[in-house]
Design a protein around this ligand. Structure first.
Ligand SMILES: NC(=O)c1ccc[n+]([C@@H]2O[C@H](COP(=O)([O-])OP(=O)(O)OC[C@H]3O[C@@H](n4cnc5c(N)ncnc54)[C@H](OP(=O)(O)O)[C@@H]3O)[C@@H](O)[C@H]2O)c1
Length: 286
């Protein structure tokens, strides 16, 4: 097995479950030392145990990324323990399903941007001076396919994911001369707890037949993005069909989004190949 991150310090937010947990295990398998952050101390302890089993060092710091003083304490603890940060994975976030006309829309947007956007900005701003002092490092931000094309019933999430994507684009150009590389990941629907509370009927229509990505597949792409310095990664690659259609014209983008509601077309576009999201997450992950 390659251990190309041996000794590197990787700080991951949202590491208590889902994609963040998978990213932690993937970097641990590559020999990295890990700083794990999320609100749930219990979830972090479980992931820390898994990481230790792989022979990696880990520091868990229960942190709400929307609380700037907790973020400062997180980065302070990481630097005290390991002396540096080589990779920051900005992954913590939430997602709400609902239409623009819903009474809860503005509040859903506020909650989502507090965790997924302002939390990420806060962590990045605290880590950046460390990376600049070192003259090296990598920052990965977790956006979504929704960060390039919004689906109906997923507006609050898509607004925030577009902002995360734009943040990453601006940051990448600002820090390139400092030896810091910035990657943004745009996964399609992934089999995690993010949308567990949404009923099948409430889901954004193109998601209904979609087979979710595995968190491990997303984690593998994160490790590869850092290793290769990839600026933008869309998962699965065939989701680029949707993004290309949207870039050409919103009419074409909407046509592809509508076509995805049909299982046969979703399968043709490589986004439906087996169990749907709710069928997948109903099986407890091991
Ligand atoms: N699942 C998908 O379909 C999908 C697709 C594309 C992109 N994404 C993105 O991938 C990222 C990870 O999501 P996931 O799918 O793995 O969902 P998840 O299983 O619900 O995990 C979310 C993680 O973020 C943490 N978190 C949430 N709010 C936080 C806060 N205020 N401070 C610190 N940590 C916080 C959670 O831990 P605590 O609750 O313990 O704080 C948890 O560790 C998110 O940014 C999401 O937008 C997900």
């Amino acid at each position: 097995m390659s251990r190309s991150f041996a000794g590197k310090v990787v700080l991951i937010t949202g590491a208590s479950r889902g994609i963040g947990r998978a990213v932690a295990l993937a970097f641990a398998a590559e020999g990295a030392r890990l700083v794990l952050a999320a609100r749930s101390a219990e979830g972090l302890t479980e992931v820390e145990q898994e990481v230790l089993t792989l022979g990696a060092e880990a520091l868990s710091v229960p942190t709400d990324v929307s609380a700037p003083e907790e973020v400062a304490a997180l980065v302070g603890s990481a630097v005290r323990r390991f002396g540096r940060v080589d990779v920051l994975v900005n992954n913590a976030g939430i997602g709400k399903v609902g239409e623009v006309a819903d009474g809860s829309f503005a509040e859903d947007l506020r909650l989502t941007q507090s965790a997924s956007l302002f939390g990420m900005i806060s962590v990045t701003q605290q880590v950046l001076p460390v990376l600049r002092r070192q003259g090296s490092g990598a920052i990965v931000t977790m956006s979504s396919v929704m960060g390039r094309k919004a689906f109906a019933r997923f507006g609050s999430y898509a607004i925030v994911m577009h902002a995360v994507s734009a943040f990453s684009d601006a940051l990448r150009q600002e820090v390139a001369a400092d030896g810091i590389r910035v990657s943004v990941i745009h996964p399609a629907l992934t089999a995690t707890d993010l949308l567990r509370d949404a009923d099948v009927a409430e889901m954004p229509p193109p998601f209904r037949h979609m087979t979710p990505l595995s968190p491990d597949a997303v984690a593998k792409a994160v490790v590869t993005a850092v290793r290769r310095g990839q600026r933008r990664v869309v998962l699965p690659r065939r989701a680029n069909t949707l993004l290309l259609a949207e870039a050409l014209s919103p009419r074409l983008g909407d046509l592809v989004a509508t076509a995805l509601t049909k299982r046969r077309i979703a399968a043709l576009l490589g986004m439906s190949s087996g169990k749907t999201y709710h069928e997948t997450i109903s099986v407890p992950s091991t």
